[in-house]
Design a protein around this ligand. Structure first.
Ligand code: SF4
Ligand code: MG
Length: 334
């Protein structure tokens, strides 16, 4: 299937008093209707900045270059009123902090209805009624019990998990083609996390939404993603299917992430913090491999890791699987 969302050579640089700070240094990805792409990496890897760039939600001091094609139409450089029409309508975002996404002073039903009216005209009373009807339908669809009555409740009257369901209802009320979920379950306890992920999968199946899931939780990624992009220091370290990543990871950083995953017989709480060292800020390493200071395999390659930046390269005989590493062989066979 032709991708709904295609990102080509995306660069994001922030202009600050201290100079130019690169955050995303040339990444590519694509996702088709009904498919899920997971973007994984530590905080500071550029994954959230990338999603904000796709949504056109970066502050004014951010320079964005590259292409963000939604159904073939480039969103980069679109005037802000045009972009507002796209955002929340064709492409929507759910992020970690449901509380800050909701207004404490309005009922949840009003807020979902408002998200609907924003893209369906506000003037007529008829559309107001229709918006309320749509809001209740969405709240019901995301699993708010007794939705017609609960639509009148305020955010603080809901649990964290229920609030995240409301935010998902807001994001989906205009049936977007693309949903970007940035750590959508991080603030929730494990049982509720699983329920919310199941909900996202259900709505994806029902509406054929293309889902971009930004996550540090490889357990979740293994369960829901079709394709995976591993980011490190603003660049792609590895890209492939979920099978490529979990069965034939080719980049030492990916292996580190997998090694940091708990075993299945231990209660899950994968954290990406067990690889020694910390990631450099994007752009701070001008030559060589950004992962070199932390890489356990660099001695096998030698100087090249310091002098030559590895580009994403196809893995022979492995379809679209690509890694940005000078190690020719799979690290585990080396
Ligand atoms: Fe490690 Fe070198 Fe591969 Fe970078 S290019 S990940 S330093 S082996
Ligand atoms: Mg899926």
């Amino acid at each position: 299937a032709r991708p709904v969302l295609e990102v080509h050579d995306l660069h994001v640089t922030f202009r600050t008093d201290g100079g130019l700070v690169p955050a995303v240094d040339g990444i590519d990805f694509a996702v088709a209707a009904g498919e899920t792409l997971a973007i994984v990496g530590e905080s500071g890897s550029g994954k959230s900045v990338s999603s904000a760039a796709v949504m056109g939600l970066l502050p004014g001091n951010a320079d964005v270059t590259g292409e963000v094609l939604l159904d073939g139409r480039d969103l980069v450089g679109l005037p802000s009123d045009e972009l507002r029409k796209v955002r929340g309508n064709d492409i929507a975002l759910v992020f970690q902090d449901a509380l800050s996404a909701l207004n404490p002073y309005y009922s949840v039903g009003w807020q979902v209805a408002e998200a609907y009216r924003l893209h369906h005209g506000k003037s007529r009373d008829a559309s107001k009624k229709e918006a309320q009807r749509q809001a209740v339908r969405m709240l019901d669809l995301v699993g708010i019990p007794d939705a017609a009555r609960r639509a009148n409740s305020y955010p603080h009257e809901f649990s964290g998990g229920m609030r995240q369901r409301v935010v998902i209802a807001m994001a989906l009320v205009n049936n977007p083609k693309v949903l970007i979920a940035d750590e959508p379950t991080t603030a929730l306890d494990v049982t509720v996390q699983a329920q919310i992920m199941r909900l996202l999968e259900d709505v994806q199946e029902e509406f054929g939404t293309a889902l971009v899931l930004i996550s540090h939780d490889l357990g979740v990624v293994a369960e829901v993603a079709d394709d995976v992009l591993v980011m490190y220091a603003g660049r792609a370290a590895e890209r492939g299917t979920v099978r490529d990543l979990f069965h034939r990871a080719a980049h030492p950083y990916s292996l580190g992430l997998l090694g940091a995953m708990p075993r299945v017989d231990v209660p899950p709480k994968p954290r990406l913090t067990t690889i020694p060292g910390s990631p450099p800020s994007p752009g701070s390493i001008s030559t060589g491999c950004p992962f070199q200071p932390r890489c356990a395999y660099t001695e096998r390659v030698g100087e090249r890791c310091i002098t030559e930046r590895p580009e994403l390269t196809p893995r022979p005989g492995e379809g679209d699987h690509e890694a940005a590493c000078h190690l020719g062989r799979r690290p585990s066979d080396a």
